[in-house]
Ligand binder design. Structure first.
Ligand code: DAH
Length: 343
């Protein structure tokens, strides 16, 4: 092929190439080392010295001309390919997008964080324990002897003779006492899940949460407990709240008290929530029983402590007007969505 033919055929082949793969084949057949142009160059050796420069120049011009047509066609085919792929993978930008829902914290966790924050501001440490607990810490070291009704099979989920699902966060209290003894002061709150063999209904759940409080040191009195819980009640239910102690009984405290707060709905006047009494029971507490201190390794002659246990669901239900404890555990987004993230 002479240069003119190469030029004509090359340009035609480029025009005829209707996709990028075909165009590449054309490039190789005309411009590569073994392509038509390179072959044409070989004629150089048969030319006289005078003819050589003109021929060399003509080859170069042909090469540049073909390259330029090829470049344009390459861009053209690329644009076509892009358009086709855009058509094929078209996105309808007018469709409404799927919105991503950021996770919300369960109201129980919010409640625990709020309580922890209050006690941490007062210098308490947060301590957790295991839900699978030994009978020893759940009962024995809380001064609940073998024949106590709380240890009956129908009240407690026993795993075997020694292991159970803790029935109260008092198990964390007895463990903490043992871990700290004989050091003072202890100032901890212990949140956690607890389990009881209850039939679930609006006010009972076989799983629920408690927060235990424990303070041990010199000269700790019931007045300290009252002052602490009075502030706690105000923080949870509003500045105007007042608390009162009622005598009660727990194995692990002596004396034991139940603590009521003035009703935050009717301000103590009497309504459905407080059953017309003006008071709502919110938690139990007392002075740590000397036997409990002793068993943990403390000198119960010189040291005293107070403790309390509060049901987290109960506080959340009162605070937010939730009427069924099962709402916390059934993952209904309409319920959970009403609570804001705690940060
Ligand atoms: N453990 C008790 C319960 O589950 C609550 C409780 C009462 C905890 C008095 C205490 C306390 O630490 O002093 O009902």
């Amino acid at each position: 092929m002479d240069l003119k033919e190469i030029m004509n055929q090359g340009v035609q082949a480029i025009k005829d190439a209707d996709n990028l793969e075909r165009l590449e084949e054309v490039r190789i057949s005309f411009l590569s080392k073994k392509g038509h142009l390179s072959l044409a160059m070989r004629q150089m050796k048969d030319l006289s010295n005078e003819e050589k420069p003109a021929f060399g120049k003509a080859v170069n011009e042909t090469k540049e001309a073909i390259e330029s047509v090829l470049k344009d066609r390459f861009q053209e085919l690329k644009d076509i390919a892009l358009n086709e792929s855009m058509k094929k993978n078209a996105i309808d930008i007018t469709l409404p997008g799927t919105s991503l829902k950021p996770g919300l914290q369960n109201p129980l966790i919010l409640m625990v964080r709020e309580m922890e924050a209050f006690f941490q501001e007062m210098g308490y440490k947060v301590v957790e324990g295991d839900e699978l607990e030994l009978d020893l810490y759940n009962f024995e070291k809380a001064n609940i002897p073998k024949d106590h009704p709380a240890r009956e099979m129908q009240d407690t989920f026993f795993i075997d003779e020694h292991n159970l699902l803790r029935t109260h966060t008092t198990a964390i209290q007895t463990r903490t006492l043992e871990e700290y003894a004989p050091q003072i002061p202890i100032k901890v709150v212990c949140p956690g899940k607890v389990y009881r063999r209850d039939d679930d209904d609006a006010t009972h759940s076989h799983q629920f949460m408690q927060l235990e409080g424990l303070v041990v040191g010199h000269n700790i009195t019931l007045a300290d407990l009252k002052g602490t819980l009075s502030l706690f009640a105000k923080r949870m239910f509003g500045e105007d709240r007042v608390i009162r102690f009622r005598p009660s009984y727990f194995q692990f405290t002596e004396p034991s008290v139940e603590i009521d707060v003035t009703c935050h709905i009717c301000n103590g006047k009497g309504c459905n929530v407080c059953k017309q009494t003006g008071w709502i029971e919110i938690l139990g507490g007392g002075m740590v029983h000397p036997k409990v201190l002793q068993d943990a390794g403390y000198d119960d002659e010189t040291l005293t402590g107070f403790a309390f246990g509060v049901g987290i669901e109960r506080i959340a239900m009162l605070k937010y007007g939730i009427e069924d404890i099962r709402m916390f555990y059934t993952n209904d987004m309409r319920f959970i969505d009403q609570f804001k993230r705690f940060d």
